[in-house]
Design a protein around this ligand. Sequence first.
Ligand code: AMP
Length: 192
Amino acid sequence: MLNLVLFGPPGAGKGTQSKKLIEKYDLIHLSTGDLLRGEIAQGTDLGLEAKKLMDDGKLVPDAVVIGMISNKLDANKEAKGFIFDGFPRTVAQAEALDQLLESKQSAISGMTALEVNDDELERRLLERGKESGRPDDANPEVIRKRIKEYNDKTAPVAGFYQNQNKFKNINGVGSVEDIFGAIIDVIEEYSK
Ligand code: AMP
């Protein structure tokens, strides 16, 4: 099984690259952001609760996203593998993911981190907001809060995978194709 964590701050290009990777490797794309937006669109209680935090640029509670990922793993038992996009975002989530996969006799193959500087992230997110209609992409203050949440709570997740020798970072600035090529090189390494 190929289980890849695509890592990086908001606006790093995880969603764009995930779409290309699932096509090439026939994997299931698990984006907790997409799953949460789905809950909001359906007007569920979970969605209503999450929306307040998301619109404010804050992380939703670990238990919420871990529960969603657990359900998706159970619902895709025959999958060739998964791309985790925007999850895990805290060390507690990373620990829970290891346990969930272990209980299914599986494991994370590795993490690939896309490195992009803060100014470029802000520019990309504001640009994306014009098309996506996402409230959290429309406001520079919320964008900066999301980047701060990433630096405070999510960046340490890289160390979690580094300790397991499952971490590689690549430059996330450049053409979509070049970055895709660099991710493929990393995947080939993890697949050896
Ligand atoms: P994203 O689409 O990955 O940028 O996520 C949008 C928002 O959803 C984030 O700013 C968080 O509020 C929430 N979110 C998505 N994934 C997670 C996660 N793994 N842990 C906590 N909050 C999350």
